[in-house]
Design a protein around this ligand. Structure first.
Ligand SMILES: C[S@@+](CC[C@H](N)C(=O)[O-])C[C@H]1O[C@@H](n2cnc3c(N)ncnc32)[C@H](O)[C@@H]1O
Length: 373
């Protein structure tokens, strides 16, 4: 049986607790609590969700009104900055993080009305069955894939761009929750993972109903004009902000850290694979990898040097960790070329990474490297 908004209202299926209606300015009273309770947490490699209280501590010691989150990823740090009352610009070179940032950071007041959700859930047959045809037997169930084809086209036809962003963000988070381990590296029907977890049991349609509500509840106005961009960090020369937060990918010690490999399905989904050719030679129907100089030993140092030189008058705050390359000392030397004073903050953090059978746990030290102009 599929879930309807009516069933949700009647409490016939479980749904997450909805936070109270936001009151004007309430986010300022406790931006950390606001972020941790309202931001729709996404399983995202390198997400700083767990470090939010510590990152907030550092931000709150610095004088700034405008901030750029240049590698926004899951968007949680940008959302914190918004909750702190700053004017925020976000950027990521992938499209799906930009959609999430548009729905949660740029968006000040638009919520997806229930009548629109009902229409999306009743969408007619789609003009294309690309998702079903391409991913049948690879991800999700056939019903889920048909739901995605129908719903994507219905979302695309919504006249209001922000409503489209909320609906797409809800669709993205639904896919992450429904997918075992939240990554798209291994093919597999979720019903084969019989570990009883609710997220794997709910259909994509049921998830979507819940997630629209979760994203609606994340909307608030901080009184500033916030903006979400999608592009390479090195194209942000014209952007100026008092503080620039930098959280690029790390050169991996082992394995790899490719975002497209893990999240290609989400990246394709946001524009229905319009800009990325599917690689039919791969089992999971990937799209081509995106090059970033931060991921390779031979290019990382030069990339950091160039990055630190890009925003001359801004305070830089770089998230880094003891398992990154180059090491802390080298990074501080590089930042010293561009900043008058460097302060390093340290935090002990237990990381979870690796594949599901052998989830490795490692103690790494997290750093915030602050460069003052
Ligand atoms: C470590 S994650 C950021 C995590 C984020 N701070 C959070 O808490 O979720 C790094 C992000 O940088 C993006 N990225 C990598 N290279 C980039 C580039 N050259 N320009 C812009 N974004 C890039 C990736 O798509 C990824 O989302």
């Amino acid at each position: 049986m599929s879930t309807t908004v009516e069933q949700l209202k009647l409490g016939l299926i479980q749904s997450p607790e909805a936070p109270e209606e936001p009151k004007d300015g309430a986010h300022l009273a406790d931006p950390v609590k606001w972020t941790l309770t309202r931001f729709p947490r996404l399983r995202f490699m390198g997400s700083k969700y767990r470090l939010i209280p510590w990152i907030h501590e550092t931000f709150s010691e610095l004088p700034f009104e405008t901030a750029l989150d240049a590698f926004s990823g899951s968007g949680v740090v940008a959302y914190l900055l918004k909750a702190m009352g700053k004017r925020v610009i976000t950027n990521d070179f992938l499209k799906f993080p930009a959609v999430i940032a548009k729905a949660t950071v740029e968006n000040a007041s638009t919520r997806l009305p229930e009548s629109t959700l009902e229409r999306l859930l009743d969408a007619p047959s789609p003009p294309s069955r690309f998702i079903e045809e391409t991913f049948k037997g690879v991800f999700f169930t056939e019903d889920d894939l048909r739901f995605l084809d129908r719903t994507w086209h219905a979302i695309n036809a919504l006249p209001d761009a922000t409503e489209r962003h909320i609906a797409l963000a809800a669709l993205i988070r639904s896919c992450v929750k429904r997918q075992p381990r939240g990554v798209f590296t291994v093919a597999g029907d979720p019903s084969h993972y019989k570990d009883g977890r609710r997220d794997l049991k709910l259909s994509l349609r049921e998830h979507f109903v819940e997630q629209v509500r979760v994203y609606n509840d994340a909307v608030f106005d901080n009184g500033k004009q916030n903006l979400a961009l999608c592009g390479d960090v090195f194209d942000l020369e014209s952007v100026s902000a008092d503080l620039v937060y930098l959280d690029p990918p790390y050169v991996p010690r082992s394995d790899d850290n490719c975002y497209v490999k893990r999240y290609h399905f989400l990246e394709g989904l946001v524009d229905y694979w319009a800009t990325e050719p599917v690689r039919y030679d791969t089992r999971v129907r990937k799209i081509p990898k995106k090059f970033t100089p931060f991921s390779y030993r031979r290019t990382a140092e030069a990339a950091f040097d160039r990055l630190f030189g890009m925003f001359p008058g801004s305070i830089l705050v770089l998230s880094y960790s003891s398992n990154g390359f180059p090491d802390l000392e080298r990074l501080v030397d590089l930042m010293k070329r561009h900043r008058r004073e460097i302060v390093v903050k340290r935090h002990d953090h237990r990381y979870h990474f690796g594949t599901h059978e052998k989830v490795k746990r490692a103690r790494v030290e997290e750093y915030l490297i602050v460069g003052l102009p």
